[in-house]
Design a protein. Structure first.
Length: 64
């Protein structure tokens, strides 16, 4: 499963779309991650999106 994320201007113009596949981070946490390059007014930017499941790190609970 992947999550789709859109980067939009405040007037709704889509600047980029990312598919965030499931990822297990080096820390052991689980979540979703993607990066891409987008262009805004002729300038290029690198974009990253990361979603980390709270409490997914081994040995941790949500309240720690």
């Amino acid at each position: 499963m992947a999550i789709l994320a859109e980067i939009k201007t405040d007037d709704g113009k889509v600047l980029g779309t990312l598919a965030l596949p499931i990822k297990e981070f080096k820390t052991g946490s689980r979540g979703y991650y993607a990066n891409t390059k987008i262009e805004i007014d002729g300038k290029r930017y690198q974009a990253q999106i990361q979603l980390v499941e709270i409490g997914s790190k081994p040995g941790k609970t949500e309240n720690q």
